[in-house]
Design a protein around this ligand. Structure first.
Ligand code: C2E
Ligand code: MG
Ligand code: MG
Ligand code: MG
Length: 288
């Protein structure tokens, strides 16, 4: 084998390491330029209240319109942005863009809906996070009670005292907090009780398994009823089938988000969805 390639395993390993490091640096430098050139767009995915079938919010989800590549999904660049700290300017752009959009929609006569924005772990650890958010609310004229910040369960659990302190400050401004990807981390129920949050998003991996077996259903049912006992709203993400929707409805889940209702869509399409009265939401009607 060594003779064939002329290289031993060690050399091959080093080459692949080098390649990976170069790719990473390329990605970081491209990201840096993309931030300067504002090559990003926010897509919006509607959240529907199960009780009424109405859109009561949207989640802002970033995409990168990478030159010569096309639309790049967040999983391909958010980790690099996080590692290089570029997530700080990028996250600020996201928040500002989402707030501006929310204000613009309301000014154009659309009924106010919640705007959910994801915060990464590094963003959440920033000392000046609360000040930054206040400044953006000020600059954009965004109603803080329409802003819902999503932090993942694992971000929240990193340093529980710090988390509680920051969340309290945000809640004082009227901002809502949602615990994202719930079920993928390791939060003890005791901690959940301590967190000043408003809602809990059941991770899509759980929603996916929901209809697989009675035990999966039981778990979901218990999570929902526990959340309700703690006065939290429950959002299910990644709802793809009618069977999942029915089950979530039966177990009193509050909101749903998923491809069954709509994929994340560009601003103009989101606007069209928001303008539709409930009775006009043909594609939704059949599902409720
Ligand atoms: P997330 O916050 O948990 O967002 C939900 C993800 O599930 C989104 O993926 C959404 O497109 C996807 N999704 C929604 N419905 C369905 C469904 O029915 N089936 C399936 N299979 N997937 C569904 P997306 O947009 O690729 O984002 C992935 C993750 O990237 C997000 O997970 C979030 O952690 C992160 N992210 C996205 N935008 C931002 C951002 O602006 N800032 C930060 N910090 N992170 C972001
Ligand atoms: Mg995606
Ligand atoms: Mg999210
Ligand atoms: Mg999630």
């Amino acid at each position: 084998k060594v003779k064939e390639t002329g290289k031993n395993n060690y050399e091959l390993f080093m080459e692949s390491m080098k390649r990976k490091i170069i790719d990473k640096l390329d990605l970081e430098s491209d990201l840096r330029h993309a931030i300067e050139k504002e090559e990003f767009v926010l897509f919006y995915q509607p959240q529907i209240a199960l009780a009424t079938g109405e859109i009561i919010g949207v989640e802002a989800l970033i995409r990168w319109e990478r030159e010569g590549v096309g639309l790049v999904q967040p999983m391909e660049f958010i980790p690099a942005a996080e590692e290089s700290s570029l997530i700080i300017p990028l996250g600020e752009w996201v928040l500002k863009t989402a707030c501006k959009q929310n204000v613009k929609w309301i000014k154009s006569g659309i009924k106010p809906v919640l705007m959910a924005v994801n915060l990464s772990s590094k963003q959440f650890q920033q000392r000046n996070l609360v000040e930054m958010i206040e400044r953006i609310l000020d600059e954009t004229g965004m109603d803080p009670t329409l802003l819902e910040l999503e932090i993942t369960e694992s971000t929240a659990m990193q340093d529980i005292d710090f988390t509680i302190k920051v969340l309290k400050k945000l809640k004082e401004k009227g901002i809502r907090i949602s615990l994202d990807d719930f079920g993928t981390g390791y939060s003890s129920l005791n901690y959940l009780k301590m967190l000043p949050i408003d809602s809990l998003k059941i991770d899509k991996s759980f929603v996916h398994d929901l209809t697989n077996s009675p035990s999966e259903e039981t778990i979901a049912k218990s999570v929902i009823s526990l959340a309700h006992k703690l006065n939290l709203l429950v959002v299910a993400e990644g709802v793809e089938t009618k069977a999942q929707l029915e089950l979530l409805k039966n177990h009193m889940c509050d909101k749903v988000q998923g491809y069954l209702l709509s994929k994340p869509v560009p601003p103009n399409e989101a606007e069209k969805l928001l303008r539709k009265a409930k009775s006009e939401l043909e594609e939704f009607r059949g599902n409720f």
